[in-house]
Write a protein that binds this ligand. Structure first.
Ligand code: 13P
Ligand code: SF4
Length: 315
């Protein structure tokens, strides 16, 4: 059992040992790799995940892997991005219902209408979107590189889609005028500034770090704002005695296991989409090579331009 000791109770580890062993055997047989987002539950994150990270890291890993099969332990847009970047590989997602409220908020037709309304204004699209939306965009970004991507365009004005809060945060960091869409994340929009103030009242000295998908008044209360990987690096660099991560709840469980000297106060806002991915689902996915994620080649080619252009931006 790779890294589960001390992460889960021994009895739970014993119970999941057979499915983990089966996944490991299937990975060898299929020449497969499991890419896991930081929001996976600890049983996945600390065991069968070959590579772990935020959306940006997962995209880079998908582009670079020489595995024949990529199992995306994350949500559908992450699997689509992997397929766009690695068209020759078989990309699987263990549960097709693993969507994203941001990706569902906008269509390719919406982007075409925005372009008509704001001719010549570059379109920056968060990777939390469908391949069809990426295909209509000039460049993609993730929460880890959104500021650098917008700055790389050298434009006074951009259309930023679809997360209104990430868009506002980018505007505040760059001074670029940002035309927004009204998408939001069902997990991060629920945090309130008062909640953050109450963490500070109840836990004196606590450091508060937040994901940029949170509303602006929440971000204004935070000591640091960054992507999921950015938050992990911040904890690693700063080693605060106490911290609260204002993001999906599995993050704290995963990271707490790696930084035993840091006390994690754990908010619990679950992403129902991420939680569709389970060890049993990953085993089934590898056993039956399901559910394969495909992108029509013409759409993939246009989306690849926007994603590759993002990967070329230096952080
Ligand atoms: P990151 O790219 O920061 O991991 O965020 C992905 C996501 O879905 C956040 O809700
Ligand atoms: Fe989408 Fe929010 Fe879930 Fe991330 S946490 S996958 S942005 S719904």
């Amino acid at each position: 059992m790779r890294n589960l000791a001390g992460v889960l109770p021994d009895v739970e580890i014993a119970a999941i040992a057979p499915v983990i062993a089966e996944i490991e055997a299937l990975k060898k047989e299929r020449r497969a790799v499991v890419l896991a987002h930081n929001y996976m539950t600890p049983d996945i994150y600390h065991s069968v995940a070959d590579l772990r990270g935020d959306s940006l890291a997962l995209a880079r890993m998908a582009a670079e892997t020489d595995a024949e099969v990529i199992v995306m332990a994350g949500v559908h847009f992450m699997a689509e991005t992997a397929k766009i970047l690695s068209p020759a590989r078989t990309v699987l997602i263990p549960d097709l219902r693993a969507g994203c409220s941001l990706a569902e908020s906008i269509t390719g037709a919406d982007v075409r209408l925005l372009r008509q309304r704001y001719p010549g204004v570059p379109v920056v699209t968060y990777v939390n979107t469908s391949a069809e939306v990426k295909a209509e965009s000039d460049i993609c970004c993730t929460s880890g590189n959104a500021v650098a991507v917008v700055e790389s365009l050298g434009s006074e004005r951009v259309i930023f889609l679809p997360d209104q809060y990430l868009g506002r945060w980018v505007a505040s960091q760059t001074g670029v005028e940002v035309i927004l869409w009204n998408g939001s994340c069902i997990v991060h929009e629920r945090f309130t500034a008062e909640q953050l103030r109450s963490y500070r009242r109840d836990h004196p000295g606590i450091r508060v770090i937040a994901h940029p998908e949170c509303p602006p008044d929440v971000l204004a209360e935070a000591d640091f704002v960054g992507s999921t990987a950015g938050m992990i690096s911040w904890v690693d660099r700063n080693r605060p005695p106490r911290v609260v991560m204002i993001t999906e709840c599995s993050m704290s469980d995963n990271v707490a296991a790696e930084f035993r000297d840091v006390e994690f106060v754990r908010p619990c806002n679950l992403c129902p989409h991420m939680k569709r991915i389970t060890l049993a689902g990953i085993a089934d996915s590898l056993r039956h090579l399901r559910y394969e994620v495909t992108v029509p080649p013409a759409v993939a080619e246009r989306a690849r331009r926007a994603v590759t252009r993002m990967l070329e931006v230096k952080p």
